[in-house]
Design a protein around this ligand. Structure first.
Ligand SMILES: NC(=O)c1ccc[n+]([C@@H]2O[C@H](COP(=O)([O-])OP(=O)(O)OC[C@H]3O[C@@H](n4cnc5c(N)ncnc54)[C@H](O)[C@@H]3O)[C@@H](O)[C@H]2O)c1
Length: 413
């Protein structure tokens, strides 16, 4: 694909297909690559990873170029967009590197570790006139977007509260050292909460005024934050709560037709917990078995519960607990096939089409921004504000006080 000759459009692709390079062929990549494969706007052409096995598997599967460092990937002139899916502590460094090389960036959640890092990433994207999409969050999924449309339509009146609960088995899954080291972006607030915070911010309009929260670290085998209860208040006074528990006992998918984000079935959870307590789980080996090219990772089967009979296949990926948005004259929440709207005349279902998986949605955002000039909804400033809420949850718990936020923004649409 050729670049435009006008220098002000230096990084705007002239053709209709974006050439994607992937930085980090880990578990996350197994979740978004199938979605990217379905995109008419993208072609997967190159990747970088430290692990040779992943590079070889990538070259085999996509007949693409593979590199041992992100820098080499950035040097590839035939890559338009780089998806940063390396571990959290590298998101800032790799995003800035890609931007400095004139690549557009999709950065997986969480955007980075600190607001200062996020700011650096936004500045690098602006300075180099490249687009930055912050993706792989569930708020992009069609059903959450449908809830948002109902909220914006005003049919149920003013938004009065948002409440969301996720009980899941995040801590039971294979977790390598950096995933449980909070200084490297480990624990559930960095790794999982962005989905919920993003969803709540989307429905509430983006501008969170303050946060009060408590957190817990209650699984000795996983020395990191495993649960939290947070109260958020938006600038207009609308309250929101986020309740998260990653210890894998009760699972919210029990209440949502079996649709959920859990990895293990009930009996497996019992066995895994026992093995964890006995120190019998080799997390490195188990995680390696889920990464790109390992052969066991399958985005359509992992990361989801066993849906109840009759629940459509689109239900299987990326459902993060129960979120209810309440209005003066009704409520909205996800349903098996879209969203339920509860109003004065009873309940109706708005069907939603399209899968809940990641990959496709981010490529569409990037394509529409680059080729059609549309604003990016999940841009760097948006994700920075989401990260600020997550960090405020931790700070509030530590200092046992309300934290006032200073980097919040509305959606850019
Ligand atoms: N695991 C999930 O289900 C999931 C889902 C969505 C998003 N994410 C996000 O994706 C990111 C990666 O998580 P993961 O679970 O895939 O981890 P992972 O350890 O499975 O994958 C990270 C990959 O990056 C590679 N890597 C590490 N340092 C590198 C470097 N300096 N240069 C090039 N490659 C390097 C590793 O070899 C590995 O293949 C995290 O930010 C995480 O929050 C994970």
């Amino acid at each position: 694909m050729e670049m435009l000759s006008d220098p002000s459009q230096r990084h705007a692709p002239s053709a209709r297909v974006l050439r994607l390079g992937v930085a980090g062929l880990g578990v996350a990549s197994t979740l978004f690559l199938p979605g990217v494969e379905q995109s008419q706007h993208a072609r997967i052409v190159a990747a970088a990873d430290l692990r040779r096995s992943a590079r070889e598997a990538f070259a085999r599967k996509y007949q693409g170029r593979s590199y041992g460092s992100v820098e080499e990937l950035c040097d590839d002139a035939d890559v338009d967009v780089i998806w940063i899916a390396t571990p959290n502590q590298f998101h800032c460094r790799h995003t800035v590197m890609a931007a400095e090389h004139g690549k557009h960036v999709i950065c997986t959640k969480p955007m980075a570790l600190t607001v200062a890092e996020c700011e650096e990433m936004c500045v690098a994207a602006d300075r180099n006139s490249v687009k930055l999409v912050c993706g792989q969050t569930y708020s992009m999924s069609p059903d959450v977007q449908a809830m948002w449309r109902v909220a914006r339509s005003g049919e149920l009146g003013r938004l009065i509260a948002i409440n969301t609960w996720l009980y899941t088995d995040w801590l039971l899954k294979p977790r390598v050292a950096e995933e449980t080291d909070e200084t490297l972006g480990g624990g559930v607030v960095y790794r999982h909460a962005p989905h919920l915070i993003d969803t709540v911010r989307l429905l509430g309009g983006g501008l969170v005024r303050c946060v009060r929260a408590s957190v817990g670290r209650w699984m000795p085998q996983r020395p990191c934050l495993g649960n939290f209860s947070a109260y958020l208040e938006f600038e207009d006074g609308t309250p929101a709560t986020i309740v998260y528990n990653g210890y894998g006992y009760f699972d919210t998918s029990e209440l949502t037709w079996g649709i959920g984000n859990r990895m293990y079935a009930d009996v497996e959870r019992v066995a895994v917990r026992r093995a964890l307590r006995r120190g019998e789980i080799d997390a490195e080996t188990a995680k390696e078995g889920m990464r790109f090219g390992a052969g066991t990772a399958d985005a359509t089967s992992r990361g989801s519960a066993q849906a109840a009979p009759g629940i459509g296949t689109r239900a299987h990926i990326g459902w993060f607990g129960i979120t209810v948005a309440s209005f003066e004259r009704g409520d909205v929440r996800q349903s098996p096939n879209g969203v339920y709207v509860y109003g004065d005349d009873g309940r109706r279902e708005i069907p939603v089409h399209g899968g809940r998986g990641t990959g496709l949605l981010e490529m569409r955002e990037m394509y529409e921004a680059l080729v059609e000039g549309k604003p990016i909804t999940h841009d760097g400033r948006w994700a920075m504000a989401t990260l600020e809420v997550g960090n405020a949850i931790v700070q509030s718990a530590q200092e046992r006080r309300e934290i006032i936020l200073t980097h919040q923004c509305k959606l850019a649409v």
